[in-house]
Design a protein around this ligand. Structure first.
Ligand SMILES: *[C@@H]1O[C@H](CO)[C@@H](O)[C@H](O)[C@H]1NC(C)=O
Ligand SMILES: *[C@@H]1O[C@H](CO)[C@@H](O)[C@H](O)[C@H]1NC(C)=O
Ligand SMILES: *[C@@H]1O[C@H](CO)[C@@H](O)[C@H](O)[C@H]1NC(C)=O
Ligand SMILES: *[C@@H]1O[C@H](CO)[C@@H](O)[C@H](O)[C@H]1NC(C)=O
Ligand SMILES: *[C@@H]1O[C@H](CO)[C@@H](O)[C@H](O)[C@H]1NC(C)=O
Ligand SMILES: *[C@@H]1O[C@H](CO)[C@@H](O)[C@H](O)[C@H]1NC(C)=O
Ligand SMILES: *[C@@H]1O[C@H](CO)[C@@H](O)[C@H](O)[C@H]1NC(C)=O
Ligand SMILES: *[C@@H]1O[C@H](CO)[C@@H](O)[C@H](O)[C@H]1NC(C)=O
Ligand SMILES: *[C@@H]1O[C@H](CO)[C@@H](O)[C@H](O)[C@H]1NC(C)=O
Ligand SMILES: *[C@@H]1O[C@H](CO)[C@@H](O)[C@H](O)[C@H]1NC(C)=O
Length: 489
């Protein structure tokens, strides 16, 4: 079984040639950093001023398959173990994105209990790359249900994001969760580009299946490595919207949380975050500052690498996604929505592998020869991953859509310091100065509005923001959808 710590390794295993230290402890990340920042990668991807995606429109026209009757057959009657009185529509199933290869992506869609016909449409993407938006996003973070200890029953998440919007959770790319390809060599073609183009094809077909959503206000949200997926998909949509004969997707904005958007500032920000949060010594921090040269072209010295090894050792075996949180202990007492259960991932794994659950979800209809997993064991190559997506973010800012970047401030994987360094590279002017925002009578976090970009922190939250601070996350989400800064009192 996977552990979410896996995400962390995968995050740094961005290219095929990089050996992934799956299953090892947090401390071995250092060994990967040198590879991540290696010269070969830098030379062809950084600085990628163009963003590298100008050729996306070449993939037009996209495949559009027949969708008649599929909405009805995707309707979920009821999920095993769900509580009574469910007052919103649930759908799930497959959308074919390539009929020749036999490649299909799995989605789970929840409508809003009230006014779903006027509420916006939101796509949620988890990162990894290779992790499931159903297992993480829907079942652990912002979906309407959480899985009970034991893994057989569900309970309501009163802070679910479908209170405010109709939400699609997409397992992407093929090879993740229930999404698959009959041509398994497809998994070797995985990468940012393939992920974006398949997700776009998914959306166009999904909108044919659910035509009432075609003109609805549409937002894309996601976290972690989706700091790549979300801007890249948004860019592809905006480019393809220019073709008159192509489905126009009514994209209004993106929000990305604890997002991997710029490699160099992510690494430097992590080092500074560890030091300022008392997770490492003065000597190690100083050693890195003095021996590591992060200027381009990059040349990481042996002593720099040694200090990185010491850095990760000095942190110890804490849960990196939420530095102050307890680790999973299966004999400890169960908890509630507001006190996140660190063993949740185990319950979700059990639940989603129950045959009746898969049947109710219309999932795994081809009897895949491996279990459902939080993060994929099928994808072993990741072919393209630009070191920065800041040029794409800049393009999106210029396009007039909302661009919000948020950050749980106790995450040690993509810390708030990294995000601040990444944003500062854009050199933006401040429109609304930093202020504390409030929810439920307390400071929910802080916000600063730049020209065309809004930065929001969520106080006391780790990497998986809606898991750790559900009420604050929902206030943030609602503000974002309304295009209004979070409340100042
Ligand atoms: C991205 O993928 C599309 C379709 O798969 C392909 O046509 C295009 O050349 C790729 N672009 C890049 C930059 O790799
Ligand atoms: C994959 O193959 C199975 C078995 O032949 C078939 O039922 C299924 O429709 C195929 N999937 C796609 C997306 O074509
Ligand atoms: C639903 O829409 C109606 C009419 O616009 C409005 O009066 C009502 O407050 C809305 N309910 C919710 C929960 O948004
Ligand atoms: C994927 O690539 C690896 C390494 O090149 C190769 O060993 C493997 O056979 C490929 N898998 C498929 C299904 O083509
Ligand atoms: C759509 O428009 C593009 C560019 O104008 C053209 O290349 C393409 O063939 C058109 N596709 C269809 C299906 O008409
Ligand atoms: C840091 O690296 C850059 C680029 O390789 C180089 O020009 C510069 O001299 C280096 N600085 C030091 C202090 O070594
Ligand atoms: C990297 O730095 C080392 C030590 O400063 C130097 O010996 C080596 O030539 C540099 N490598 C490159 C490729 O610049
Ligand atoms: C797990 O929790 C139990 C009960 O609270 C405790 O006795 C045990 O020491 C804990 N185990 C670990 C590894 O923390
Ligand atoms: C799919 O179903 C088969 C049994 O038909 C099961 O062995 C396998 O674990 C399932 N795979 C996934 C990804 O759910
Ligand atoms: C903000 O967006 C407008 C268009 O919506 C654009 O003209 C302007 O250059 C953008 N400014 C920045 C700093 O991105």
């Amino acid at each position: 079984m996977e552990n979410f710590a896996f995400l962390c390794f995968f995050l740094l295993c961005l290219v095929a040639s990089v050996h992934c230290y799956v299953g090892q402890r947090f401390t071995s990340i250092a060994q990967v950093i040198r590879e991540e920042l290696s010269k070969e990668r830098l030379s062809d991807t950084f600085p990628a001023v163009s963003g590298g995606f100008d050729t996306f429109s070449d993939s037009l026209p996209v495949y559009i398959g027949p969708q008649d009757g599929l909405k009805e057959s995707d309707k979920i009657e009821s999920l095993p173990g769900q509580p009574n009185g469910i007052n919103f529509g649930q759908y799930s199933g497959y959308v074919t994105v390539d009929p020749n290869a036999g490649r299909a992506l799995f989605y789970y869609f929840v409508e809003s209990p009230e006014n779903s016909s006027t509420k916006p449409l939101v796509l949620w993407l988890n990162g990894g790359p290779g992790c499931s938006s159903l297992g993480a996003g829907a079942m652990m973070e912002l979906g309407p249900f959480r899985v009970d200890k034991g893994g057989n029953t569900l309970y309501r998440n009163e802070y679910a994001w479908n209170n405010e919007a109709n939400v699609i959770f997409l397992e992407s790319p093929a090879g993740v969760g229930f999404s698959y390809s009959n041509t398994t060599s497809d998994y070797n073609l995985s990468g940012d580009n393939r992920t974006a183009s398949d997700s776009y094809t998914f959306l166009v077909n999904w909108l044919e299946r659910f035509p009432e959503y075609k003109t609805r206000d549409f937002f894309i949200t996601g976290e972690s490595y989706a700091g790549h997926y979300v801007p890249q998909l948004a860019q592809l949509i905006l480019h393809n919207n220019k073709y008159a004969n192509q489905t126009v997707i009514n994209l209004k904005g993106i929000a990305i949380g604890n997002a991997y958007i710029d490699s160099l500032t992510t690494v430097i920000g992590r080092v500074d975050y560890y030091w300022t949060h008392a997770l490492t010594s003065d000597e190690i921090h100083k050693g890195i500052v003095l021996t590591c040269n992060f200027s381009l072209p990059l040349n990481i010295s042996q002593s720099c690498e040694d200090y990185f090894n010491q850095l990760y050792d000095s942190v110890g075996n804490i849960y990196p996604y939420d530095i102050y949180a307890p680790s999973c202990n299966s004999s400890a007492a169960s908890t509630s929505i507001s006190a996140f259960d660190p063993c949740s991932e185990d319950y979700i794994f059990s639940y989603l592998n129950i045959p009746e659950v898969q049947k109710a979800l219309h999932a795994n209809v081809t009897s895949l020869p491996y279990p459902w997993e939080t993060c994929s064991n099928q994808i072993h190559r990741w072919n393209d991953s630009p070191l920065t997506v800041l040029p794409i973010i800049r393009e999106l800012m210029d396009s007039g859509i909302l661009v919000w970047i948020y950050s749980g401030d106790t995450d040690g994987v993509i810390p708030v310091t990294s995000t601040r360094y990444s944003i500062s590279k854009l050199g933006l002017s401040v429109k609304t100065a930093w202020y504390p925002w409030y929810t439920e009578g307390e400071v929910g976090g802080y916000v600063v509005e730049y020209q065309n970009l809004t930065f929001v922190t969520i106080r006391g939250s780790g990497h998986f923001v809606p898991s750790y601070q559900p009420a604050r996350a929902l206030t943030f989400f609602s503000s974002f959808l309304n295009g209004m800064l979070p409340p100042s009192n």
